[in-house]
Write a protein that binds this ligand. Structure first.
Ligand SMILES: NC(=O)c1ccc[n+]([C@@H]2O[C@H](COP(=O)([O-])OP(=O)(O)OC[C@H]3O[C@@H](n4cnc5c(N)ncnc54)[C@H](OP(=O)(O)O)[C@@H]3O)[C@@H](O)[C@H]2O)c1
Length: 256
């Protein structure tokens, strides 16, 4: 029988995760914490989820409990509950330290995990730290599971969906620039979406290896792309992106 899954934190991310778990029709319905009654009712109707009376009732009814509250709540939502040694608490809260989680959920096992909201649409890696059989079995329902043995590396890999949120802003910049030159907004959007899809296809087709060499293959010697790359390099345009990611990682690790 598959593990019974509960959620503490019935918000936007729980909605994505519940939708993915519901694809596996044979599994038991998930149990949700009652706070945020509107989303809980929506997920009960859409995916047959069970809305518990309290966080304590979620713990009682589950083998694996996913923590999907916001970082500002810390470990409080998981504290003071009747955790059992045969349970695994899996935190998907960005930047929650494993040690703090472990103390809050003892004697249950504590694991950090991350996947992307995009898991509802495309297969996404499911990251776990540290390795754990129950968390791995859960993650396999989402996509390829990657167990990391270092918290810094885990948080860096987990930060990539944030990078993509920033990238969306960059794409919007290109779209907006196009409109400013007199292109109709619908066409500017179509060009942006087509470019994004084309890029994904190119990367898929290239298979293994890093992406940096692909940038060069897109630049004809002496052409417009090559000139654009040189311009960006002259202005050290990647430096603020690296600095932003460094700050995001430091925050996730509680270093600032
Ligand atoms: N959204 C995403 O795509 C995404 C992707 C990756 C990771 N995450 C991570 O997932 C976590 C949740 O994000 P979200 O976007 O789903 O936030 P959200 O929509 O605000 O959902 C969090 C829910 O937890 C509830 N909550 C707060 N304290 C609680 C408690 N003691 N017991 C039970 N429920 C409690 C909140 O209620 P109130 O609103 O009443 O406080 C809210 O309904 C964050 O840590 C985020 O870093 C999210």
């Amino acid at each position: 029988m598959s593990a019974r899954i509960g959620f503490i934190g019935t918000g936007r991310f729980a909605r994505f995760l519940t939708a993915v778990l519901d694809r596996d029709g044979a599994a038991a319905p998930v149990t949700l914490s009652p706070r945020n009654a509107a989303t809980a009712a929506e997920l009960a109707a859409a995916h047959g989820a069970v809305v518990a009376e309290s966080n304590a009732a979620v713990i009682d009814a589950s083998d694996i409990v996913l923590l999907t509250t916001r970082a500002e709540h810390g470990v409080k939502p998981a504290e003071g509950l009747n955790w059992r040694a045969d349970q695994t608490a899996v935190s998907l809260v960005g930047g929650l330290a494993l040690g703090d989680l472990a103390a809050a959920v003892a004697p249950a096992k504590a694991v950090k995990a991350m996947t992307s909201y995009a898991a509802a649409h495309v297969p996404c890696p499911f990251l776990i730290y540290p390795e754990d059989a129950a968390a791995r079995a859960l993650g396999e329902r989402f996509g390829a599971v990657h167990a990391l043995d270092d918290e810094r590396a885990f948080e860096a890999a987990a930060a990539m969906p944030v990078f993509f949120a920033l990238l969306l802003g960059l794409l919007a910049e290109g779209e907006g620039w196009c409109v400013d030159q007199g292109v109709a907004p619908e066409l500017a959007r179509a060009q942006t979406v087509a470019g994004l899809r084309g890029l994904a296809a190119l990367v898929e087709e290239a298979g293994e290896g890093g992406l940096a060499p692909l940038v060069e293959t897109m630049a004809t010697p002496g052409g417009l792309t090559e000139g654009g790359i040189a311009d960006l390099q002259r202005h050290a345009a990647m430096a603020p992106w690296r600095a932003a990611m460094d700050r995001i990682l430091a925050r996730a690790l509680g270093e600032r």
